[in-house]
Design a protein. Structure first.
Length: 392
């Protein structure tokens, strides 16, 4: 048993390294093609970049995931490191997951190239969500969250579809600062990959670490590289959101071999993406209260507010990602000592308080700053004073 575990860890490590190498080879070529074909994300009043940036970084994500995942499955078959669950449960799930992933991939690619309306995007995401729940991967137990345990299949399926679509769009919405979506996703994938490994779900642990491998080179180009910066675009953010949503559901839908399920599992899985989920919910509520469409663009996201507070883009990303790590660690510890509903109240309370503090600080800064008209008046008065002094 220990030998099989060691071989699985070794294959996952090999897959992660291969993913890094392939992505490092592909990204410079994608940047070159995007510049040659002028496929740029253009700056506007909401965006912080001042020059056009290639936006097709995410076009490589799905091909790399599929290629390396198939190779790692081949290694498992070749060296006979598999079990009955792989045949009876994983393969059907994986086949439908690939169908949904390809749908999301094509949707994102079209949106990056020519644009897709919100209604069409919503319908396509709905059908992609059906691929996941159709494979039997959906929430059937809240594990004590809100005092609820087992739930009817119909409610579980509807709840799961909503969660898949919301998570997919939440990652897309948080992708507004260099390295933010990829940084948050790296943290969540690390946690999911470790949990999959702990529960013996090696196929999905491998997929999680394959995604970690492909995100590392992208994060470097997106966050650090001074001259060859690239954005993931909707292709990348939708792919990440969809895969993260699947992993959340797969973790809470336990395989038959697992008998003991930890209390508060659903909360622990959700908290890995607490920041983008909470931020998306907050922004949508604000937009609806103002009579706007829930997906209309604005500058109410957490990264916009932190930048308005005076933080640099890099410090903003660092602050959000470190907060995400702190949330995961603190929840992991608290769930060993407290009921999951108490921990949920603490999480939501902290989220509300932090957002209220940030909102008040940004309002104070905006009020203290002179408006454009006031600045013009000050300039005119200064010029008049200078003219009078010259006359004297």
């Amino acid at each position: 048993m220990e030998e099989i575990k060691l071989y699985n860890v070794l294959i996952i490590g090999i897959a992660c390294v291969i993913s890094i190498i392939i992505e490092m080879m592909l990204l410079p070529r994608v940047i070159y093609i995007a510049k040659k074909k002028r496929l740029f994300d253009l700056p506007d009043k909401r965006k912080k970049h001042s020059c056009p940036i290639p936006r097709l970084g995410g076009i490589t994500f799905t091909p790399v995931i599929l290629l390396v995942a198939l190779f790692s499955l081949f290694l498992r078959f070749r060296f006979q490191i598999w079990d009955e669950e792989l045949f009876f449960y994983r393969i059907p799930e994986i086949l439908l997951l690939v169908c949904g992933l390809l749908v999301i991939y094509l949707l994102g690619a079209k949106d990056d190239l020519v644009g897709v309306g919100f209604k069409k995007k919503f319908v396509i995401q709905f059908f992609a969500s059906l691929c996941i729940v159709g494979s039997g991967v959906y929430i059937d137990n809240l594990y004590g969250l809100l005092g609820i345990h087992e739930i009817p299949a119909v409610i579980g399926v509807l709840l799961s579809i909503g969660l898949i679509m919301f998570t997919t769009n939440a990652i897309n919405l948080i992708d507004g600062a260099d390295g933010l979506a990829s940084g948050i996703s790296l943290v969540a994938l690390m946690m999911y990959g470790i949990l999959f490994g702990l529960y013996g779900m090696w196929t999905y642990a491998g997929i999680a670490f394959i995604m970690i491998g492909l995100l590392m080179p992208f994060f470097y180009y997106n966050f650090f590289h001074p001259t060859r910066k690239i954005f993931m675009g909707d292709t990348g953010s939708l792919t990440l959101g969809y895969m993260l949503a699947f992993m959340m559901l797969r973790l809470v839908k336990y395989p038959p071999s697992v008998e003991v399920v930890p209390s508060g599992l659903l909360l622990l899985v959700l908290v890995a993406l607490f920041i983008p989920l909470f931020d998306a919910l907050k922004v949508m509520c604000v937009r609806i209260s103002m009579g706007k469409a829930p997906f209309s663009p604005d500058r109410n996201h957490i990264h916009h507010k932190l930048i308005d507070l005076g933080l640099s883009k890099k410090r903003t990303v660092f602050a959000v990602v470190v907060t995400g790590v702190a949330l995961i660690v603190s929840n992991w510890i608290l769930l060993h000592y407290f009921n999951c509903n108490i921990v949920l109240i603490v999480d939501l309370g902290m989220g509300v308080l932090i957002n209220m503090f940030i909102y008040r600080r940004t309002r104070q800064i905006q009020i203290s700053k002179p408006s454009v008209v006031e600045k013009k008046k000050i300039e005119i008065e200064r010029e008049q004073i200078l003219e009078e002094s010259d006359l004297r």
